[in-house]
Design a protein around this ligand. Structure first.
Ligand code: MSP
Length: 640
């Protein structure tokens, strides 16, 4: 039975980051998992959404034609997926001629079935930016340039979305898992219950898009164009309907409302399920170009390997909910679960087989409690993965890893190897077989999540068939053959030192960002070089004086501020408030000669007017150290 799944097709006006990688990695995992369940073929589509005003503008900024620009960015997305080792079957570009044909075909079907009509669209429009501003009222400003928008009326093709309210509600009712998770389903249902208005699906004053056949100058609205990529990618392949659309939560309405409505209107079958996952946050915010808090996959892949990123995303973030990314947590997870957990189990088990049984898998014995636990883990992991509860599935697998670790310690094979009791050799055989067989089960179960590393462990176990061909049906206990020779052992997850790894990833991040800026046609950010050079005259504008601290007391309700009076030879002492209280107490200050900037504009700190600044040095805004004088110097002398 076939299984067809998709990720969103990503906009090409931003370069790929780990938010995009997140969905695509999960799709790759799910593809491998479905193959393990015996589906055949399992086909994965991703792609690029290349039309619309935003892309046209990005191309212009990059100094390229839309075609050149989209070619370059789409190629970058493809390169990323290759670098991460993802098994993509179709990379569908909305600029492909075949896609344009399918979009027109779907439009024609909707029109033939009377779900499309010509009507006039009245809305707000920015004439400077050629931008329709949805949800704006007359006179509202353009979100891009801030100029007032104008009300325009344009003839468009409309899709009768309003005709689908009941049909959609019935669909959500009769197919409760059509939208998952439950929170998203409820959100969509209440939106649809509030009523649906018809949708304008063409535009006449944009150029970069798919022309409506025979209806120049109409161009398809980007979402009508984009969603159809899911069908156009597999046109003629007998794979439709899709079994799963994996998406991020912000585009659930397009997928759960518009898309089934378009398909129903065209008389086509509906996808089986839409799963909308949460956002990957960085520094507590959704990653985005405008916030500038973007993390890319390439540095992580280069320093830690793609599997480390996959494991972190699947284990640390509960799928469906938002989750935070941080380098520290990534390395922490890697060291505790992969290096110490799985990696350690693999190397100690295989090393013992080498050491005590010359690299040959011994005969099985009764296996103790591990065999039933393994059977249970296979069931739990399979059903958790099936239900997109990846972290729960991984927890169950790590439960088995810990149980095997404990089992090895309890059986103490190193003692059995020296043991003189008659059953010691059989006990040792059983211990080694059990540990190696559990390792085989764990490795196979983890293949969808860690394809690269499990392939290595699989080879070290000496398994004859490739790991990709393992099926759940053949995973039952006892699959490991006695007498099988294990392969050459090498560590799969070397421990990673936090600081050097983070430093390296940050360094690579800067390089990748710079390369992506070039791709997107952005000028590289100037590297800060410290303060600019100034002329001597500028320096002489600063009135620096030797001062003597007469009084000093900490400012109330402040840890940092010290309130001082300082004699700088003016007759009247100056009041100066400085952020030095954490480094100097009053007694260390009173009677001390310091350097003062005497001609600063007065400013109020905690209600006290400060008339000057005390000069101090610090490293990275750390503890201040006051400038002082080794020789005696009169109060009021000028520093030049
Ligand atoms: N082009 C549309 C999708 C059309 S599908 C027919 C689009 N593109 S996008 O480039 O903005 O990609 C959005 C998708 O990228 C999200 O739905 C999600 O799959 C993924 N993500 C992008 N940033 C993300 C995070 N920070 N966190 C999680 N997923 C993220 O919308």
């Amino acid at each position: 039975m076939k299984y067809y799944l998709t990720t969103p097709i990503y906009y090409v006006n931003a370069a790929p980051h780990i938010g995009h990688a997140y969905t695509t990695i999960v799709a790759d995992l799910y593809k491998r998992f479905k193959s393990m369940q015996g589906y055949e073929p399992v086909v994965l589509t991703t792609g690029s959404d290349e039309h619309g005003v935003n892309v046209e503008r990005s191309a212009e900024r990059a100094g390229k034609s839309p075609r050149e620009f989209t070619d370059a960015v789409a190629a970058e997305f493809q390169r990323q997926w290759q670098m991460l080792g993802l098994q993509i079957d179709h990379f569908q570009r909305t600029t492909s001629p075949q896609h344009a044909r399918v979009v027109n075909d779907l439009f024609r079907r909707c029109r033939d079935n009377d779900y499309v009509y010509k009507g006039s669209y009245t809305g707000q429009y920015c004439i400077f930016d050629n931008l329709y501003v949805n949800d704006a009222k007359p006179g509202d400003p353009c979100p891009d340039c801030g100029r007032p928008t104008e009300t325009i009326t344009e003839e468009n093709f409309f899709f009768k979305l309003s005709a689908f309210q009941e049909k959609l509600l019935q669909l959500y009712e009769s197919q409760p898992d059509f939208i998952q998770p439950e929170t998203r389903r409820n959100e969509v249902i209440s939106f649809v219950k509030n009523g649906l208005t018809d949708l304008s699906i063409t535009r006449t004053n944009i150029k970069w898009g798919i022309p409506v056949d025979g209806e120049a100058p109409h161009i398809f609205y980007v979402w009508f164009d984009a969603l159809i990529a899911y069908t156009s990618a597999v046109d003629g392949e007998n794979l439709w309907p899709a079994d799963l659309h994996l998406i991020g939560k912000e585009i659930v309405r397009f997928h759960a409302i518009y898309w089934p409505a378009f398909l129903m209107a065209a008389g086509l079958e509906l996808p089986g399920r839409i799963y909308a996952h949460g956002w990957l946050l960085f520094e507590n915010d959704k990653m985005s170009k405008s916030r500038g808090n973007i993390v890319r996959s390439e540095p992580i892949q280069k320093v830690m390997g793609a599997d480390a990123l996959r494991y972190f995303l699947l284990r640390e973030v509960v799928f469906g909910q938002d989750g935070s990314f941080s380098y520290d947590a990534l390395i922490g997870r890697y060291n505790s679960d992969l290096a110490n957990g799985l990696g350690n189990l693999a190397s100690r088990t295989l090393t013992m087989v080498n050491q005590y049984r010359k690299g040959e898998i011994p005969a099985a014995g009764e296996g103790g409690s591990i065999a039933p636990l393994a059977a249970q883990t296979i069931r739990t992991a399979q059903s958790a993965f099936d239900n997109f509860d990846f972290s729960k599935g991984l927890e169950a697998i790590w439960g088995l890893i810990s149980a095997v670790d404990k089992f090895i310690v309890e059986r103490a094979p190193w003692k059995l190897a020296r043991g003189t009791e008659p059953d010691a050799p059989a006990q040792l055989n059983d211990t080694l077989y059990t540990a190696a067989e559990a390792l085989r089960v764990v490795t196979a179960l983890l293949y969808p999540v860690l394809p690269e590393s499990t392939r290595k462990i699989w080879a070290q176990l000496g398994m004859p068939e490739p790991i990709e061909s393992v099926r759940f049906a053949s995973l039952a206990w006892g699959g490991l053959q006695a007498g099988q020779k294990i392969g050459e052992i090498s560590g799969v997850f070397p421990r990673i030192e936090l600081k050097p790894a983070v430093d390296k990833m940050r360094e690579l991040e800067a390089e990748v960002t710079a390369a992506q800026h070039v791709l997107m046609g952005k000028k590289p950010e100037p590297v800060p070089e410290g303060p600019p050079k100034i002329a001597i005259d500028d320096f002489l504008k600063v009135d620096l004086r030797v001062g003597l601290v007469l009084t000093a007391e900490p400012v109330k309700n402040s840890n940092k501020l010290m309130h001082m009076t300082v004699d700088i030879g003016e007759g009247q002492p100056r009041t100066i408030v400085a952020g030095i209280a954490e480094a100097y107490g009053p007694s260390a200050l009173i009677g001390r000669k310091v350097a003062i900037v005497a001609n600063l504009q007065p400013r109020k700190l905690k209600g006290i007017e400060s008339n000057g600044m005390i000069v101090a040095a610090s490293v990275n805004d750390g503890k201040p150290v006051l400038a002082g004088f080794l020789e005696d110097i009169p109060v009021g002398a000028r520093l030049k």
